[in-house]
Design a protein around this ligand. Structure first.
Ligand SMILES: [Zn+2]
Length: 272
């Protein structure tokens, strides 16, 4: 499943095609949403933004909520040049120049402000790490909240109710950069490690968004690419590198499972 940085890039692409533009044709595949085709046609999109792993397409008084889950996929095309795909089209927003097409997703709703506030998924989300309103201080405050102190960090970092937008590769990378063992409880780490967790949460997520998925040190990443290593081989500090040497200490990277998802760490560096 894509993580915050990947979802924000999709939102950017949709925003580029939609924001300020009048919709000239709207399609919903599901019968209960059909009345919204005529209701949204002629309306202008005000904003497209991610919230957790969902996307919100905002019209002012109404918002299209869509969550891709595992299979959903957005395509943005020139109008009339829609992709040939075997996927099921579930939502289409056409402007004069573009077609924004959502395939295979089944989790689509049209919500008003009251429904947004009480929505079963949206109302439980923590602050979005990549939202421009989310400051480093807000993330540090989240790490200081008493309710989260008993949680094991490897599990906590995947909890969208703690911080929204983090996912599996970011979890391993944040813990490595903060030098914290994935099985430690948040309440048991030092205040310096807590500050490092907050700082790397923001910095790594932002860097991954800016660089299309690179969480490794950028100078090291460029040197590795120049030496002929692939993107996949060069992009991360520890994620998907089990059995290879830690870039910091040379120890062998280990792979474990936390919350049924793979997690990678360096047993020598991550002793906090
Ligand atoms: Zn190491």
């Amino acid at each position: 499943m894509p993580e915050g940085p990947e979802i924000k890039r999709v939102a950017d692409e949709l925003a580029e095609a939609l924001v300020g533009k009048k919709l000239v044709d709207v399609f919903f595949a599901f019968d209960h949403l059909k009345p919204w085709e005529s209701a949204l046609c002629g309306r202008r999109v005000q904003r497209v933004r991610p919230r957790g792993k969902a996307l919100l397409t905002e019209f002012g008084d109404r918002t299209i909520y869509s969550h891709n889950q595992l299979y959903g996929r957005w395509f943005v095309a020139e109008r009339g040049a829609e992709p040939k795909t075997g996927r099921q089209l579930r939502l289409a927003l056409h402007t004069r120049h573009h077609a924004c097409l959502l395939y295979s997703a089944s989790d689509i709703e049209v919500l008003d402000a009251g429904e947004m506030a009480t929505h079963s998924f949206l109302s439980k989300l923590g602050p979005d790490v990549l939202d421009s309103d989310t400051t480093g201080a807000a993330i540090a405050a989240r790490y200081a909240e008493p309710t989260f102190q008993g949680r094991q960090l490897g599990a906590l970092l995947l909890d969208q109710g703690f911080l929204a937008g983090l996912g599996n590769y970011l979890r391993s990378e944040i813990l490595f950069c903060a030098r914290v063992h994935p099985l430690r409880r948040l309440g048991d780490v030092s205040s310096a490690a807590r500050a490092a967790l907050a700082q790397h949460t923001l910095a790594l997520t932002q860097q991954s968004y800016d660089t299309q998925g690179v969480t490794n040190d950028l100078a090291s990443y460029r040197a590795m690419r120049n030496a002929g290593r692939t993107f996949a081989e060069s992009r991360h500090w520890v994620f998907a590198r089990q059995g290879e040497s830690c870039y910091e200490c040379g120890e062998t990277i280990e792979k474990i499972s936390v919350n049924s998802r793979r997690l990678y760490f360096c047993p020598h560096c991550q002793t906090e």
